[in-house]
Design a binder for this molecule. Structure first.
Ligand code: NDP
Length: 497
């Protein structure tokens, strides 16, 4: 099966290059080792493009460039209007090249072209535009003090930021990280995920076209333990911003204790999506579907534990399974596709492994429950949308992040039981609540221990609204004014009058 969509010639050129180079100090260069790695089209299992494989030596070059751009070249002290102009231009260029970026993202990640084109790419542009607006609004304070002194604070950039991003929203995560860092005057070394380096590299070209000075943004594709690890350990990197698994987040937390660099971690989740019997059921079904099957379930805040009030549990699960079974699965480039392939062979094995675990634990797959190897799907990494019932909240499939199109429907007795079970996880990234009772919605939103709670909606994001985790879902908040806190530090100045 191949997609109906015609590939943009620019996309064809981009993937056909002998290999894509990395961006260091304004130049596109090969890895110092000369090594490359393959990135694969998850819909076909075929090699899509070859990419320079950065490691410690390349990270060293990139950090040196970022350091110089920060310490000597004056990005941090450039006129705010100039930084705003460049960031706005980046947003415009993302929009101008939206079709190309969306196709690249879909080819590399597998997600549906509708998601790439209508969600990821516009949100990436919107993030740069939002932070362009922040550049000249990062204020210090004038502090009332002993009249013998003038006391004020300056908000200064942190310095060189190492940013490590995952494969589930490659372009958007790059925007979430770069937008605020650059607005505040930091310089950056960005490491995209090995599975999906292409849109970050294309974004690097757009940053240059927008007039970003050399060395301000360096992009080093490569593997986690090598390129990522070198960035985490580097003494000249002032801050690490990481999105990915909780295990790697903990490793970064440990590694950075040696240099005490600042760290923000956006990690995994096992989010409760709670449906009360008084909810608008049709809206809740749609919200539950979108909450778990969007991006094939490869979403840190996916509503994978779907708690449904006992008296309507069976009926709700049946309707959900019927809808899930009707979702169109196919290659992301096919505009009719709703559920594409998983990102990689590794992720396919992880998710199908959990399907087996779930069945062994006694869960029942009302729909799906297996890999899709139908005609045209044989070589891709497709897993059928899966609805499990008979799940108890202490089973592994209800406690561990699966990161695939798999939802566990779990009954609850009443409000306090919903909150108790909902909070019974070491994660705390997000939650959903579906009810027509406003007071109940407020009570549950307060009682749930998670960084985001959606009431009668799910997966709503704005660049202005903070996002991040409670408990082992990480620390630090991205987006909104909170990212400005992540990328600035406060200096107190005392002047004798
Ligand atoms: P990882 O946490 O391994 O990858 C995320 C990023 O971290 C990638 O850029 C990766 O590089 C990099 N990385 C990996 N190891 C290190 C390290 N030791 N030091 C520095 N950087 C490192 O996630 P996986 O891709 O392995 O996915 C595994 C699971 O993680 C998923 O099934 C899901 O449960 C969770 N996950 C959560 C995400 C979220 O949004 N919170 C996003 C992605 C995954 P590289 O890929 O090049 O090796």
């Amino acid at each position: 099966m191949e997609a109906a969509l015609k590939l943009d010639p620019a996309v064809q050129d981009f993937v056909r290059a002998p290999f894509r180079k990395m961006l260091i100090d304004g130049k596109w260069v090969a890895a110092a080792s000369g090594k490359t790695f393959d990135t694969v089209n998850p819909a076909t299992g075929e090699v899509l493009a070859r990419v320079a494989e950065g490691d410690a030596e390349d990270v060293e070059r990139a950090v040196r460039a970022a350091r110089r751009a920060f310490d000597e070249d004056g990005w941090a002290s450039s006129k705010p209007a100039e930084r705003t102009r460049i960031l706005l231009r980046v947003a415009d260029l993302i929009e101008k090249n939206a079709a190309e970026l969306a196709q690249l993202e879909t080819l590399d990640n597998g997600k549906s072209i509708n998601e790439s084109l209508n969600v990821d790419v516009p949100a990436a542009a919107g993030t740069f535009r939002y932070y362009a607006g922040w550049v000249d609004k990062v204020y210090g304070q004038t502090i009332p003090s002993d009249p013998a002194f003038f006391n004020f604070t300056l908000r200064e950039p942190v310095g060189v930021a190492g940013q490590i991003i995952p494969w589930n929203f490659p372009l958007l995560m790059a925007a979430w990280k770069l937008g605020p860092a650059l607005a505040c005057g930091n310089t950056v070394v960005l490491k995209p995920a090995e599975q999906t380096p292409l849109t970050a590299l294309r974004l690097g070209e757009l940053l240059q076209e927008a007039g970003m000075p050399d060395g301000v943004v360096n992009i080093v594709p490569g593997f986690g333990p090598t390129a990522g690890g070198a960035l985490v350990k580097h003494p000249q990197v002032d801050k690490i911003a990481f999105t990915g698994s909780t295990d790697v987040g903990k490793e970064i937390h440990r590694e950075t204790s040696g240099t005490l660099k600042r760290v923000s971690l956006e990690l995994g989740g096992k989010s409760p999506n709670i449906v009360f019997a008084d909810a608008d059921v049709e809206a809740a079904v749609q919200g539950a579907l979108m909450g778990v099957f969007f991006n094939q379930g490869q979403v840190c805040c996916a509503g994978t534990r779907l708690f449904v009030e006992q008296k309507m549990h069976d009926e709700f699960a049946d309707v959900l399974a019927k809808h899930a079974g009707g979702m169109q699965q196919g290659p992301g480039l096919d505009p009719s596709t709703q559920v594409g392939p998983l990102v990689s062979q590794e992720q396919l094995e992880r998710v199908t492994g959990y399907l087996d675990i779930g069945k062994k634990e006694g869960a029942k797959a009302l729909i799906g429950g297996e890999r899709n190897t139908g005609k045209g799907f044989e070589k891709g990494y497709f897993v059928k949308p899966t609805v499990f019932t008979g799940v108890k909240n202490d089973m592994r499939i209800a406690q561990e992040e699966i990161f695939g199109p798999v939802v566990s429907v779990i009954p609850f007795k009443d409000e306090s039981d919903a909150v108790l079970q909902g909070n019974n996880t070491f994660y705390g990234l997000a939650a959903g609540v579906w009810t027509r009772d406003v007071s109940k919605a407020h009570r549950v939103a307060r009682a749930i221990r998670a960084g985001t709670v959606w009431v009668n909606c799910y997966n709503v994001f704005e660049a202005a609204a903070p996002f991040g985790g409670y408990k082992q879902s990480g620390y630090g908040r991205e987006l909104g004014s909170y990212s400005i806190d992540l990328y600035t530090q406060v200096k107190t100045v005392w002047m004798r009058i």
